[in-house]
Design a protein around this ligand. Sequence first.
Ligand code: SAH
Ligand code: SF4
Ligand code: F3S
Length: 471
Amino acid sequence: MIKPIDEAMLAEQRRDIAAVRSILESEYAASGRRRLAMIETYGCQQNEADSDRMRGMLAQMGFSLTEKRQEADLILFNTCAVREHAELKVFGNIGALKHQKAKNPNLILGITGCMMQQQHRVDEILMKYPQVDFILGTGTFFRLPGAVLSALSGGGRQAVIEQETSAIPEGLPVQRTSDVRAWVTAMYGCNNFCSYCVVPYTRGREVSREPEPILEEVRGLVSQGYRDITLLGQNVNSYGRGTQRGLDFPQLLQEVDKIPGEYWIRYMTSHPKDATSRLFEAMAASSHIAHQLHLPVQCGSNRVLREMNRHYTVEQYKELVAKARALMPDLTLSSDIIVGFPGETEAEFEETLALIREVEFDSLFTFAFSRRKGTKAYDMKGQLSTEEKKSRLERLMNEQQIYSLHRNKLLEGRVLRVLFEAPGRENSGLLQGRTEGGKLCYAPAPPSLIGSFAEVRIQEAKTFVLYGELA
Ligand code: SAH
Ligand code: SF4
Ligand code: F3S
């Protein structure tokens, strides 16, 4: 069983944090300038959640945080490997830092995250990018203090990576970027091995946190004023396996829901093969769980779904959606779709179009299949050309816009609860918020309402945004 980070390891981090802090403090006393650090996060909320922890440690080490790459003295790229595009962006950005490092010899550059769980990427970085000082993996990011200390004291280049997760990162400091929305990890890793996906290789096997630390984290967030909390896991439906208390995900939701306060709970992601009526019933009966469901279908052809190793059929998927909508008529439903999986024919792609026409998702995240080294689909026959994939992607997105707009139009004239999270465009007098379904919404409102819920009458619905007025 994988346990939380043990006390000895935590003590080591605290020691290294203190050591860095003392170096930076004496530097500050001499120069009056604090070193600035920034983290650039790619990929999914799992990476965002890890970045929150690394930011927490950096703050304790005595760095001030910045969002400007040009002025930073320490830059971390927390990387994603899910598609080639994400990886290329990181390489481009590391390349661009060569000049900055030449100008500022104190600049420390670290690469963390999913790309660094792939040996060929680690080798590439070590060979071609001498400007990189250290590398940490998804299972070792909490050893950031040691890596920074070593870089500061001229300890040479370091790569600390473990193939398998050895400890659940509990007990680390956290610094979040928002005061309203927060991520709470329910489980790490993935066991599903969808044939296109690199995540099981970069995040290791599934490990669930015990319910108590999760509940404690949510309680803390609610009392600090967080209003929109997302429970994370690559497949939350297998939450609870191997934990001592043995709660499953619907039961965990019920426990979370008991926490008093004004807040929404969301979760992602839910794999259709393991989603149950009990999950939807728990949502429907709760007072805090948003009626929002992200249920990635990936494609509309049963043959392709089998090749993807998804373990459900289009018919079973539609049945699930019907159940969820019957229990929650106000449900906001979104999905992920990959076009151009190896061997996908024009007719099979049209089955995907037929599916989105029938289901009418509120929104879709659409992707062109990207070959990922080490995955089963990498070597599959029938790889499509980039042009073909692009053209299918465009057709899919264009068609979805019709349904997104249609679903949003149904909300015109309705009064919805909106959580305001930020000012809108400058001098617009608008605030930006989210509906319970996670839809972007703007309304004229005083800045004092940021961080609060308000009733908003929707006046105008567009494809990607709603406009309204306080009701
Ligand atoms: N665990 C989540 C998804 C994580 S990855 C789930 O199972 O739903 C997010 C999305 O990226 C996936 O749902 C899939 O649509 C997309 N994706 C993953 N690997 C991909 C690849 N090789 N090419 C294109 N899209 C991919
Ligand atoms: Fe990837 Fe499938 Fe796991 Fe999601 S469930 S992370 S798509 S392997
Ligand atoms: Fe990317 Fe890793 Fe998330 S590969 S999508 S950052 S789990």
